[in-house]
Write a protein that binds this ligand. Sequence first.
Ligand code: 5GP
Ligand code: ZN
Length: 117
Amino acid sequence: MAGEPQDDCLFCKIVAGHVPATIVRESETTVAFRDINPQAPTHVLVIPKAHYPDAASLATAAPALAADVLRETQAVADEDKLDSYRVVFNTGGGAGQTVWHAHAHVIGGRGLQWPPG
Ligand code: 5GP
Ligand code: ZN
């Protein structure tokens, strides 16, 4: 069923506490933790606790939960005292998505180029 935990999903395992992560925030519906391979001084992943494979499927199936994820990106930025930051949802392998559990990258703490690579 949509949203149910997947046995083979790394981020579902982080939600369940079966894989350790440096958690920076947790809400009833979301978890935010530091990326294991940070690309900037702040590089935090915000995920819904429920499993959806990417951001668009999350927004389609559970729009309020998608909004929770977006709201948490600002809370992460506030926690790290960032005035500016970037939120990225890599979608599809060609765009660099490697984990098929929706996640927002919150990136900041250094100059950010636009357009991105
Ligand atoms: P994607 O490439 O799918 O947009 O983002 C997946 C992110 O998850 C990558 O930035 C990668 O560094 C991060 N990641 C992969 N495995 C782990 C892990 O075990 N723990 C944490 N904290 N991050 C991970
Ligand atoms: Zn998952």
